[in-house]
Design a protein around this ligand. Sequence first.
Ligand code: HPA
Length: 270
Amino acid sequence: MLKKINEAAEFLAQQFGNDAKIVIVLGSGLNHLADEIITQKVINYTDIPHFPVTTVEGHEGKLIYGKLCNIPIIAMQGRFHYYEGYDMKQVTFPVRVFKAMGVQTMVLSNAAGGMNPLYKVGDIVMITDHINFFPENPLRGKNDNQLGERFPDMSEVYTHALLQKAGSIAKSLGIPYHKGVYVGTSGPTFETPAEYRMYRILGGDCVGMSTVPEAIVAHHGGMQCIAFSVITDLGIAGQVEKVSHREVLNAANMAGKKLQSIVKELVKVI
Ligand code: HPA
């Protein structure tokens, strides 16, 4: 695997150079941040050695290298979801590649269902912790010590210092937000009312189908990590309504503007 990681990293370093220290995963909610990047180079996933390709509607598969608020960044437009059929090593392969390129910080975003009764559609959640409900851990299998340790500590996957910075930025911009625990599930089904209830009882504030694998691997590799959810639907007792992918995308786009302004300020102080 190390050979594949290095081949992809070398290819990208030739295309992008190696001044970008931040990668932003443009999940639902941050799609339009791409419009604010002064783009220097775009590469389709299909052109990167060993990269899988995305298939899901609403997610395009390309890497953007450019400046956001004058800071060099790489943005992933489209990510690899476990529910699409990729295995965990494929889902998290880009994270390994970014780390090999010298990227130090990963900013993740996602759409999630709200289970905390205080949450409303369109709210922003800064993820303080997660519960891994995927059927598999991305670190399962032989550990390569060059990538990280066998039994990583998980007490601070989401970097406290970054959460503090993002919190002060949101306050200064007058953008309300929650802090919460994200439950990561394999999908592709949304939750039944009983499942939402269970995840809530277990300590989750919101639930989605991504982020946890990437965050685990970023942490394993020693990267700083921050992740944001945009609440696109509610799984709150008595308020569980039918949910469709289209509704999720619409709600994510609406709330996305607020999240974009936080991330634009955040990259300046990372
Ligand atoms: N559950 C799981 N994933 C999701 C949800 C949800 O309610 N909303 C957006 N992604």
